[in-house]
Write a protein that binds this ligand. Sequence first.
Ligand code: PLP
Length: 226
Amino acid sequence: MSTKPDIARNLQKVLNDLPASVKLVAVSKFHPLEMLREVYDAGQRVFGENHVQELQQKVGQMPKDVEWHLIGHLQTNKVKYIVPYISMIESVDSLKLLQEINKQAAKNDRVVRVLLELHIAEEETKYGLTFDACRELLASGEWRELKNVKICGLMMMASFVDDEQQIRSEMLSAADFFDEVKAQYFADDDAFCERSWGMSHDYPIAVECRSTMVRVGTTIFGERVY
Ligand SMILES: *Cc1c(COP(=O)(O)O)cnc(C)c1O
C-alpha cells in the first residue's frame, strides 16, 4: 500500500523552517498536477520546474497567478517557448543564453528576470559557470546592453553529500562570491539580491549560509517517480 504524502503539512513544515526573508520555490518536476494544486491551495505561488516540455504542459493547467521558475538546464532553441510567461530563469550559464533570452524577451515586450548559475559542487556536470567564467562574463560588459533581461543574483547546487561542512563551505563560497560581484557590478542595483541555494537535504544549512531562495521538492511532494 502506498501512503499518500500530506503535502499541505509538508509545505507548512518547510515554511516554518524558513525566515520571512527566504522565499520558497516548490520544485514540482515529475509530480502530477493534482499535487501542484494541493500546494497551490495551501497558499504556495512560486513553483520550479526543470524541463521546458513539462513546464509548458503544466502552465496551461494551473492558475494564472503562479510564478514559474525554470531551474534546469535551458537550451537556446527552447527559450522562445517559456519567455512569454516565465517569472525567473535560474539556470543561466552562458552569455549566448542570456542574449537569446534578451532577444525573445524583447519580442514579447517584457523584461525577464534571471539568475546566473554557478558550478561549485565537486560532481561532474556540464552546467553552471565557474567563478572565473562568471567573472569573465560580467567583465565583458555585454550583459549591460541586454535591456530585456535583468540579472537578479546567483544560483548554485551544493554537492550531494552527507558532509555538512562541505555543503556549508560550498554555500559560503557562493555567498562570498555574491558579495564580490555585487560590489563590483551591482552595488547600485537593488534588483541584484537573490542567492538561490538549498534543496530538500540541505535547505536548513542554506538558510545559515545567507540563502534568500530555497528550491525544495522531495520534502514537500515526496519522492519523484521517474
Ligand atoms: C530537483 C531540483 C531541486 C529540488 O530537489 P529536492 O531534493 O527534491 O528538494 C532543486 N534545484 C534543482 C536545480 C533541481 O533540479
